[in-house]
Design a binder for this molecule. Structure first.
Ligand SMILES: [Zn+2]
Length: 326
């Protein structure tokens, strides 16, 4: 490679790596907060520094929207998750914990696998586990084409890993552009940083169960990498290989996160019904799932046009479920 070419590559990489270094001291931090000018109550989950500013990642316990505030704009009373769950026990956020934890023992697919079947809603989740292949952009462009109605962005959730982000900066920029152009509205799910998996190893010793010592790093490093790329983490988490045990499950909820499974993994021929959380892989590793989703859209074209089949925001499904649970 000529020196000139090397310099050009360096220059193109430079702004990104500089941006990447601007988030630091990213830590767990739990507090009951009020936004100073409105008095609205939110819950602090993390604190960090960004470009020299002290910032707080918060969750609104009713809307389930996360937001980032400057520390100065909040009144905060530090509390642990136990205290927070007691204080906000009637809210959808805290009810979801109890609901998810009652489904936390399963080795495979623990947590929330579907929402209420009553309102004909389905929820698309796209996993981006580490991969050498490019993002399956066709999935997104087809979804936008088929589901866009009256200029509303199409809601979907993307479960992203740190390693995938590292290797796919162009794809991240492309996805972010689809968001800022108002074509899609993504709920970003934490799918761990490294997504360790060992072929041929029993589930009990595989994925996160094979490395319980680095859970904090797997969670916080991913969130930090998201924020460095202008991606706002949500309160949802997806286990690599959908694999966990109760101890691990409770550790994840201890971070204020709610594990999301699936009842419709398309590549495994689990077809969606009302309330389903659909799973496809958009990382190029499971083209059969993408083909099935594209085929499903074709088959249900009339239903999509008549609004009998639409995609919904994961936070909306979780909120509805949180309200229904008694
Ligand atoms: Zn995965």
């Amino acid at each position: 490679m000529g020196i000139k070419k090397k310099i050009i590559i360096l220059l193109t990489l430079l702004p990104l790596s500089l941006t990447a270094r601007t988030v630091d001291l990213y830590e767990q931090y739990y507090a009951i907060c009020a936004i100073k000018n409105t008095g609205v109550q939110v819950i602090a989950l993390r604190k960090f520094r960004h470009n020299g500013n002290n910032l707080i990642l918060t969750i609104h316990p009713v809307t389930l929207q996360t937001a980032i505030y400057s520390r100065d704009s909040l009144t905060m009373v530090p509390a642990d998750m136990k205290k927070i769950r007691e204080t906000f026990r009637g809210t959808p956020y805290c009810r979801l914990f109890s609901y998810a934890e009652s489904r936390g023992k399963k080795l495979l697919n623990a947590g929330i696998t579907h929402f209420s079947p009553q309102n004909r809603k389905t929820y698309l989740t796209v996993d981006l586990c580490p991969s050498r292949h490019p993002l399956d952009r066709k999935l997104f462009t087809e979804v936008i084409q088929q589901f866009t109605t009256a200029g509303r962005p199409v809601p979907m959730a993307v479960a992203v890993t740190g390693l995938w982000m590292e290797k796919h900066e162009d794809d991240i920029i492309w996805l972010r552009r689809m968001e800022t152009d108002g074509k899609i509205a993504i709920t970003w799910i934490n799918h761990t940083y490294y997504h360790h998996s060992k072929k041929g190893t029993p589930l009990r010793k595989n994925f996160l169960l094979g490395d319980k010592l680095h859970i904090e790093e797997e969670i916080l490093k991913t969130e930090k990498a998201m924020i460095e790329r202008s991606i706002k983490p949500s309160i949802f988490f997806r286990f690599p290989g959908l694999t966990s045990d109760l101890t691990l499950f409770n550790k994840i909820t201890g971070f204020g996160l709610i594990p999301i499974g699936t009842d419709s993994w398309l590549a495994k021929n689990q077809w969606p019904h009302n309330g389903s959380i659909i799973l496809v892989h958009g990382n190029g590793n499971e083209p059969v799932g993408i083909r099935k989703f594209l085929g499903l859209m074709k088959k249900k074209k009339m239903d999509i046009e008549s609004r009998n089949w639409a995609l919904y925001d994961l936070r909306e499904g979780a909120r509805d479920l949180g309200r229904e649970i008694r």
